[in-house]
Unconditional design. Structure first.
Length: 265
């Protein structure tokens, strides 16, 4: 609600980032977030819908493959299509919101060419005349690599891609520049997913460590004396949270096989 507050004209980047962090931290985050965002994007208040689209695009950049998988389902795409379709909300959605939704879906056809449902949904919009022409997304505009780059960045470690990119950037042919742009986009996407995984792992390990430390303290007290009712409730809450985090830790460990130090933690 804070990240999409229609009474605030500017984007609340702190809230948007916290929303992304929550999506990454919560096991159900990637499946719940698109539903929440779809509801906001369909808002009759233009500013709320535009803010929600900004949150959606930020999540696409920061929340990794599971989130991408959810937005590529017809269930979510249909919610975006409703904003454009005159059969649903298209008659009262503002032109600005409809334009942004069209840009978002079109940009996903470029960013996620492997997702057939996104392409099918966009082609259907064109066939029905809801989208008259493709939005202008300049393909030959070279995107800079993400900055600042972490150590062991994919731009440094994937020698084959780096060499190919350098060769394409030196070319004067527009086809090569377009290929370079697509390659940079895919490398940035990989970089963002890698960073999101590291961030999620660090945050989860930190939370587990704090919870276990607090539980240990309460259990030590319990050995010496009866715990108060509030301490009992705290212990139960910590236990339930640790139970919820356990499968997440296992999954994070399975994703971390190539990093001995992180796996050790």
């Amino acid at each position: 609600d804070k990240a999409t507050d229609p009474s605030v004209p500017e984007e609340n980047w702190e809230c948007i980032q916290r929303f992304c962090d929550q999506v990454n931290a919560d096991t159900e985050g990637p499946s719940l977030a698109p539903r929440l965002l779809a509801h906001k994007i369909q808002s009759p208040q233009e500013m709320e819908a535009l803010h929600a689209l900004t949150v959606l695009e930020t999540c696409v950049n920061n929340c990794g493959e599971r989130f991408h998988h959810e937005i590529a389902k017809f269930r979510f795409l249909n919610e975006l299509i409703k904003v454009l379709s005159p059969k649903y909300y298209g008659t009262w959605s503002s032109e600005k919101v409809k334009s942004r939704v069209t840009e978002v879906i079109f940009s996903w056809t470029v960013w996620f060419p492997q997702e057939v449902k996104i392409r099918d949904a966009y082609q259907m919009l064109k066939k029905q005349g809801i989208v008259k022409e493709d939005p202008k997304v300049p393909e030959d505009k070279i995107l800079p690599p993400p900055s600042p780059r972490p150590q062991n960045s994919i731009f440094d470690t994937d020698e084959e891609k780096s060499k190919l990119l350098a060769r394409l950037l030196k070319s004067n042919h527009s086809e090569d520049l377009q290929a370079a742009n697509r390659l940079i986009k895919s490398m940035i996407k990989e970089e963002q997913e890698k960073s999101a995984k590291v961030s999620r792992r660090v945050n989860t390990i930190s939370e587990v460590s704090e919870n276990v430390k607090r539980m240990d303290e309460l259990l030590e007290n319990y050995k010496r004396q009866e715990l108060s009712k509030s301490d009992h409730e705290t212990l139960q809450t910590l236990f339930q949270r640790c139970e919820k985090l356990r499968p997440l830790l296992f999954r994070l460990a399975s994703e971390t096989v190539d990093d001995d130090e992180a796996l050790g933690k």
